[in-house]
Design a protein. Structure first.
Length: 328
């Protein structure tokens, strides 16, 4: 039986595969990907930062180099100089600035002292079924306008208000309560207004620490105080930092609370800046005051981060101390 050898053309026809239409690979990062791809998801973030932070701050810095040409013009920028900064650093501004700084630091510390045990109780002691209700009650003050809440404290702290009559009825005061339009009233108002901004990040940080780590600390012989200082508090430190920033930075520029509760004796820097823009119509000096306030806030925040790093180093040394059973 004879076999016939395949010709070269037949071999090519048997081994040849059907051709496929080749496609050019698309280049990543094209115009369509930038505007309609994953990068477009970040548009709300950078647009918010651009229009509500970068541009306003840039305008304030630019106006701080201008001047007030006449009585009817708020600012002129045809001649730029640093001359408004010495005008802004007046004796009244410096004294008011240090008073504002004291109110801000004390208010932040008081918010932290009040919020830390409450957030710990809310994250650990409250059952998950009731936790949502407790968080909603924390957010109740934000359902009301900031000015309305502050006016409520003005009524409460007035000499003939509820708090004054109640304290006199209990024999705690011999006469009417006399703290309205003082720095004490401003301190009470800012703690009340900014306390939820401290509670919420602390609650999230403590809740994310987890029950298992605390139970492991108990198994290693640590008590409740040691577990809180060595496990819960270090893991909640990002929440502490976030809460302090959320309270301290806006509190520095607050002028509503000082205007309503402080009067002349409890003024803050925000009032002076607002008066320069609204009453005196001197935008250059007001902008220079605002820039000084921003720089001072950044310096204080930087010092706070330095103290935080120092505290973390000290805490790391304390954590190296062995527990009761000899294990660190």
């Amino acid at each position: 039986m004879s076999t016939q050898a395949a010709t070269p053309n037949e071999k090519d026809s048997t081994t040849q595969r059907p051709s496929r239409k080749t496609q050019r690979p698309t280049k990543p990062g094209g115009m369509s990907a930038k505007f309609f791809g994953a990068s477009a998801l970040s548009f709300p973030t950078w647009a918010y930062a651009l229009f509500f932070f970068i541009i306003p701050v840039a305008l304030v810095i630019f106006y701080s180099f201008g001047y007030k040409p006449d009585e009817f013009t708020a600012v002129a920028t045809d001649k730029l100089s640093f001359g408004r900064y010495p005008d802004a650093m007046s004796a009244s501004f410096v004294s008011t600035f240090f008073a504002t700084l004291r109110i801000s630091i004390v208010g932040t510390i008081l918010c932290l002292i009040i919020a830390l045990p409450f957030a710990y109780w809310l994250a650990i002691k409250v059952s998950p079924a009731r936790r949502s209700l407790a968080l909603a009650l924390v957010m109740v003050p934000f359902w009301t306008n900031f000015l309305v809440r502050t006016l409520g404290w003005q009524i409460m702290l007035s000499p003939d208000g509820f708090l004054s009559n109640w304290m006199q009825g209990l024999g705690m005061l011999d006469g009417p309560l006399d703290i309205l339009y003082t720095r004490t009233a401003v301190q009470i108002g800012v703690v009340y207004n900014y306390l939820p901004l401290m509670i919420l990040p602390l609650f999230v940080a403590i809740d994310s620490a987890g029950q298992k780590l605390r139970e492991a600390s108990y198994d290693l012989g640590a008590g409740k105080v040691t577990t809180f200082l060595r496990v819960t508090l270090p893991m909640a430190m990002p929440g502490v930092v976030s809460g302090c920033l959320l309270v301290f930075i806006p509190l520095n520029g607050d002028y509503v609370t000082a205007t309503v509760l402080g009067g002349a004796s409890g003024s803050m820097v925000g009032q002076l800046i607002a008066n320069q823009f609204n009453t005196a119509q001197n935008w250059a000096v007001g902008a220079a005051m605002a820039v000084i306030l921003i720089l001072a806030t950044l310096v204080v925040v930087g010092v706070g981060f330095g103290l935080l790093k120092l505290g973390q180093a000290i805490a790391a040394k304390l954590n190296s101390v062995p527990l009761k059973d000899g294990r660190a």
